[in-house]
Design a binder for this molecule. Structure first.
Ligand SMILES: NC(=O)c1ccc[n+]([C@@H]2O[C@H](COP(=O)([O-])OP(=O)(O)OC[C@H]3O[C@@H](n4cnc5c(N)ncnc54)[C@H](O)[C@@H]3O)[C@@H](O)[C@H]2O)c1
Ligand SMILES: O=C(O)C(=O)C[C@]1(C(=O)O)C=C[C@@H](O)C=C1
Length: 311
């Protein structure tokens, strides 16, 4: 594959930036990769492992002359970082981000983008519970979705070039409205994470009663919860604070369903439980029979819905 950007600047050197650096190198997509992280320790590790071609001690040096700047910091820090880089951005450059929430990032970053610089927000739907500069790997985005959420009127060439970069990193790219993104992700990622955090918290409370049996006999489902609940606390604090409305909406629906199931258990209503579990099983089977990636929801369907004219 050929070079798509002459210089890519990665701001915030953790799992996602590290994985992007590895994936861009794998396919030769960037002429040069520069990197900056706020913490001197992180920069030292990034230098030690050769994460980028150049790790700079200031954000200004990292973005100078870059035709792509990728903000890879926690969602709550995006606005402050955008303000810091703004005076140093090259005319014609594209700024993107990888944040898990999109509307709030647009609100934070948008006002700092100078005229002549393009802003194309993005979100790779791929991750692990690990963080930091050593956690990245080239295959993270292979066959995973990246959602781009540009505002109407964004330069089409800037979008196309960023799309090509992500495809070169192995991803499938779709465009989506930012608000819709936040609602979909509240269902498929944010609320499930909150539930996992809660379940592991409950088990931890119980552990004191059962003398570690909860850990010793933990079954596969619970182990999966503990993996999710080991995710970065700063990242997830910011996700819930910035995708508040959508998460509360989905959490409200979840709580109603949970109360209905709780009631069915208390009243011995086996028919209700059986019908509910039959319905959820059918959803999983439907996904498999349709030959879709069982790891990911059908974002193509969401996109097609968006394109349907309002009646
Ligand atoms: N981890 C995932 O599963 C995942 C998946 C998709 C998207 N994301 C999003 O990607 C972004 C980065 O997540 P990550 O998992 O790579 O996190 P990470 O914790 O591995 O890395 C974040 C990096 O940002 C740096 N940083 C924090 N605040 C900063 C600031 N104010 N200025 C400069 N650097 C700062 C940290 O030192 C660290 O190097 C987040 O917005 C997150 O929502 C994460
Ligand atoms: O596999 C994981 O560890 C993840 O949770 C990754 C995951 C998700 O699928 O929910 C988490 C947050 C992101 O914004 C994107 C991906």
């Amino acid at each position: 594959m050929s070079v798509i950007y002459t210089r890519v600047a990665l701001i915030g050197l953790g799992l996602i930036a590290g994985s992007m650096a590895h994936a861009m190198r794998r396919a030769g997509l960037a002429g040069e990769i520069t990197g900056y992280a706020r913490s001197a320790d992180t920069r030292a590790v990034a230098r030690e492992i050769g994460l980028c071609d150049r790790i700079t001690d200031t954000v200004a040096e990292a973005v100078a002359g870059a035709d792509l700047v990728v903000l890879c910091v926690p969602v709550g820090a995006m606005g402050a970082v955008a303000e810091e880089i703004a005076p140093h951005l090259a005319p014609g450059a594209t700024v993107t981000d990888v944040g898990s929430v999109k509307r709030d990032v647009i609100t934070q970053v948008g006002p700092h983008i100078p005229a002549g610089v393009h802003f194309v927000p993005g979100h790779p739907l791929a991750g692990t519970e690990h963080s930091g500069p050593r956690s990245g790997f080239a295959e993270l985005f292979d066959n995973r979705y990246v959602l781009l959420t540009p505002e109407p009127g964004t330069d089409a060439d800037a979008i196309a070039r960023l799309r090509a970069l992500w495809e070169g990193c192995g991803a499938k790219v779709e465009e989506m409205d930012a608000d819709h993104h936040d609602l979909v992700l509240a269902v498929t990622s944010h609320t499930p994470h909150l539930i996992a955090y809660t379940m592991v918290g409950v088990a931890d409370d119980l552990r004191r009663v059962t003398d570690s049996e909860v850990i010793k006999y933990s079954a596969a489902g619970f182990r999966d919860f503990t993996r999710i609940a080991a995710s970065d606390p700063t990242m997830w604090r910011d996700v819930f604070l910035t995708n508040k409305d959508a998460t509360l909406e989905i959490l409200g629906r979840f709580t109603e369903e949970l109360f209905a199931l709780q009631r069915a258990i208390r009243t011995g209503d086996g028919d209700h439980l059986h019908a509910y579990f039959t319905r959820t099983r059918a959803i999983r089977r439907g996904i498999i029979e349709a030959g879709q990636d069982t790891d990911a929801p059908d974002f193509g369907r969401v996109q097609r819905k968006r394109e349907t004219p309002a009646t």
